[in-house]
Design a protein around this ligand. Sequence first.
Ligand SMILES: Nc1ncnc2c1ncn2[C@@H]1O[C@H](COP(=O)(O)OP(=O)(O)OP(=O)(O)O)[C@@H](O)[C@H]1O
Length: 709
Amino acid sequence: MADTRQRARRTEAAPSDVVIFGPTVRTTLAVAATAAAGDMFGLPAYWASGAALVGGIGTALADVREGASPAALVYRFSCWCGSGAWLTYALLDTPWKLNTWAALGVGALTAAVLSRIPARDGERIRAATTSSALVLGSNARLAQEWEARIMRVVHMRVRIEEVQRWSNGAGYSLLVDLPSGGATRDRLASAESNLASDAKLRNGCGVEVTKGPNRGSAWMHVSTINLLGEILDYPAEYAPRSILEPVYLGGYRNGAPASVPLRELAGLITGQRGSGKTSLLHALTAGVGLCTDTVVLHIDLNGGGMSQPWLDAWLEGEVDRPPLGWAASNMDEALLLSETMLAIVKDRKRSTRRIKKQANASLLPVSAALPYYLIMVDESAEAMSPTSNDPRVAKLRANLEEIQRIGRNEAVNVIFSGLRATADVVSPNVKKQSGFRVGMFVQDEEELSYLFGWNKGISLDDLDGAGCGFVQFDKDRPRPFKAAFLQPLQIGEISTTISARRTDFDPRAIAVARALTGDAFDTRFDRMRADFADPEDDDDLDLLPLPAPSAPGQLPQSPLAQAGGFPLAWENPNSIAAQATAPKQVALSAGGGEVPEVIAAALAVLDGLGDDRIHSADLAIALGTTMDKLAAALRPFGVTTLPNKFVRNGKDRRGYDRADLTAAAERHRNRGGQEAVLVGAASPTTPPSDSPTPPLGESPTPPTSPGGP
Ligand SMILES: Nc1ncnc2c1ncn2[C@@H]1O[C@H](COP(=O)(O)OP(=O)(O)OP(=O)(O)O)[C@@H](O)[C@H]1O
């Protein structure tokens, strides 16, 4: 179909005979007229040779600059030499002889016949463009400009076969035909950065070279508007899917979705602190968790930050089970998890032979009844460091590496995430086994080289701060991308969706786990609850400072919008308009005065929403705290969640009622702030009643910037 279209365009654009022969006839008449006039006025013959030589050299230089093909260059130079030679001869003798005019006629005919050679140069570029006359002109110019640029920078005489403008307006792609003689795509790719600088692209924009339709061709993607500086919201569309489909990570510069085929590819994610690794792990947890044939397991030995937001709704009793099949936040639990999963992989190798045979598949067919397990390991240094002296670390590392090595077919996969790809964080084996690699933003280009190898031509200038990175699949070149961003409120939403519909460990895996661990497998959720829940008896909770809601001016502004209303243009992987899921911005109503700050803030949130009820998760997010802490802060004032769930935004959950909050404020006023005094007395850190209380979520010292420019 595409071929047919292209052929049709070529036919449309083919120059007519009039177009080809016209210039030849005009040039011949001009040469004849010059000869006649020169003869009449006695013009010396050397003027003719000199003018022809200068004209020939000038045309050849212009052709080289514009990247004309060698054949076209030789043709045009020969035309100048032929005309010059004839004119010189005619002026030396006389043009008024039959043989002399006949020689000019033969020369003109030869030139006309061969004139298709240079015409083909323009033809192929015109053929590559769309039918719009306006676009045709600019695309042809663009093609010529890049042919000349590649000649100048890479010394390759390429042909641009096709120009495709991106529908989001942020750049274009060029189909490059490499010259014969063994020129490789890699040579072109290694000059990506040089080409971007020659083209004077804006900061954050760049050139990317990817595979073309054959080995002698390449696609060159040129971004002219920096989409990586934009926030890309995770799509608010949670339809059930399968791990056999690629999992959505974010977007490439041209707005196309960046997705990873995780059924068979193990992964490694690196990036300095604050680069957006955890956010990317959230996107992966969401993408894999929403599949109906998967179970996600987390290991995070550095405080469990990766798992916490996913477990909050379950810890608050909003759902009956966690969205994660297992989450380990300490070494003992991680060891138990890794040993269990290793035993499951080994058992699957034996027990699933018949299933594979029946399905006539070499790869284990996964389903809700026989799920795929993904183990995600955050902060790998704690879990995996080959230089650690702790024998438990060595054991955990050995287990996870073995699972990664042998678990592909059996559908048990591992993704590691760490600060660096150096041997002190992950062993070289993990790097080798990981067919899916991500290098998030770093300050030092060397860090990317540890992961992707040296001399890959990738440059930090291609990235634009936290959330940006390079992604590589197998041996493909690393490509810049922007990870999709999940706000805590959206994690809460997705976690309840996953909890409600995810599959569970298959019966055979449960039997293996029980045989290995005894009760420990069945009681893992109890331990998770103990590890991840907030302490119940924290008397300071009601004194938590209230958050200062961000004013709209503090929200990140789209540079595209600033630049003149250019529409934000990330393609939605599900072709469904993504909805922004940022927490609602609310203004604190005045009059906290005698009313406890937490009650005043909750009422302000309801005012902002224009509603009388709010789900606990939504209120906690709006106040920048957890549901546990919020419940504990409201309890002393007699405010608890309503006994029954209610529906908001299509979700049926528990939450708070405005009437309870107003009644609490009233009671508090009438009692002269008695509850606060009682609660506050428990803590020596209680501020005096007349000192201004900092807002909930705001720390006494301002948090430092998360790194990255
Ligand atoms: N995809 C993204 N889009 C926009 N901003 C992002 C994105 N990812 C991260 N950020 C910003 O960067 C901050 C740090 O992100 P994150 O916590 O994921 O980094 P990290 O690499 O895991 O850091 P650490 O190692 O310290 O935990 C976030 O709070 C957010 O402000």
